[in-house]
Design a protein around this ligand. Structure first.
Ligand SMILES: NC(=O)c1ccc[n+]([C@@H]2O[C@H](COP(=O)([O-])OP(=O)(O)OC[C@H]3O[C@@H](n4cnc5c(N)ncnc54)[C@H](OP(=O)(O)O)[C@@H]3O)[C@@H](O)[C@H]2O)c1
Length: 267
């Protein structure tokens, strides 16, 4: 059996999850890589095993399915060498809530909320007696407010932040050294916006970050036990503003932004 700690990463087949896989392998973790596209996971696992000489295992699972989610949870609960769980799998949606397919909204809640809930429970049952390791929940800057046309996304990511904060309090109340983090990135160059069908062009270049940068910030902050991690000075500044400006003003700005965008688009 491996002496190395195991990192379980959901949504490892691309973007931020794949960056977590490479960086955690470089730190000496064995990996369990989870997502639906098995071929992608397999080639990433081969690449990582060759480069870093750790064990990397692909596990195909659709985390919106109860059966698949339970299968992954069981593996997480029973992994003797579990060190870290990264709840990263996710996707966005575009369009007014009532005009979008409810099945997609349902899947989003299953993935961002229920899968995170179940896998986190499985991981904590495993990690608490060991008094080590932790969980990183990949949330979003969108968790700190609401935007028209992305309502379920912001709501589920807000849930992630609240859930992670609550866990941090419970762990502290029990003097547990197990760490939790809510990682809240802004625009990151991954497949996220392709899947969403959103053009990257209108977003100013300086606002884009690489997945490597986001993950590096997350892991450095995890070492220091930071609860909320917002990578990049621009986004830290933006969050500072969001926190000091009146909520009613933020809501007005959000609605005005969408109206402006619609006008420009319909010209
Ligand atoms: N990119 C950004 O600008 C940004 C900003 C803030 C937060 N985030 C968050 O970062 C996380 C990672 O996204 P990303 O940017 O790296 O996008 P991405 O490249 O599209 O990666 C999303 C990952 O989630 C997996 N996934 C999606 N549905 C799944 C399901 N039902 N079951 C299992 N795995 C599933 C995908 O794999 P399969 O398709 O193979 O299943 C893929 O590996 C998400 O939670 C996202 O909300 C992204």
């Amino acid at each position: 059996m491996s002496e190395r700690l195991l990192a379980v990463i959901t949504g490892a087949s691309s973007g931020i999850g794949a960056a977590f896989a490479r960086k955690l392998a470089a730190r000496g973790y064995d990996l369990l890589l989870i997502s639906r596209r098995e071929e992608r996971l397999r080639s990433l696992a081969d690449e990582i095993a060759g480069l870093y000489h750790v064990a990397a295992r692909p596990m195909a699972a659709d985390l919106t399915s109860d059966a698949d989610c339970e299968r992954v949870a069981e593996t997480v609960r029973g992994a003797n060498n579990l060190g870290l769980l990264v709840n990263n799998a996710g996707f966005g949606s575009l369009g007014y809530f009532w005009a979008t397919d409810i099945a997609g909204q349902d899947r989003m809640h299953r993935l961002h909320v229920l899968a995170t809930l179940r896998l986190t429970h499985a991981a904590l049952v495993n990690l608490l007696p060991k008094r080590s390791g932790g969980i990183i929940n990949v949330s979003s800057l969108a968790a700190f407010g609401q935007t028209p046309q992305s309502v379920s996304y912001s709501a589920t990511k807000s849930w992630m932040n609240s859930f992670t904060e609550g866990l941090a309090l419970e762990l502290a109340a029990n003097d547990s050294p197990v760490k939790v983090q809510a990682l809240c990135p802004g625009f990151t160059l991954t497949e996220f916006h392709d899947t969403l069908g959103m053009e990257r062009g209108p977003i100013p270049r300086p606002l884009w970050m690489t997945a490597d940068f986001v993950v590096e910030q997350s892991l450095r902050s995890f070492d220091r036990g930071k609860l909320f991690v917002v990578p990049g000075w621009r986004y830290k500044l933006l969050l500072g503003l969001i926190k000091v400006l009146p909520a009613s003003l933020m809501r007005q700005a959000s609605v005005a932004g969408v109206r402006r965008f619609r006008k420009r688009r319909d010209k």
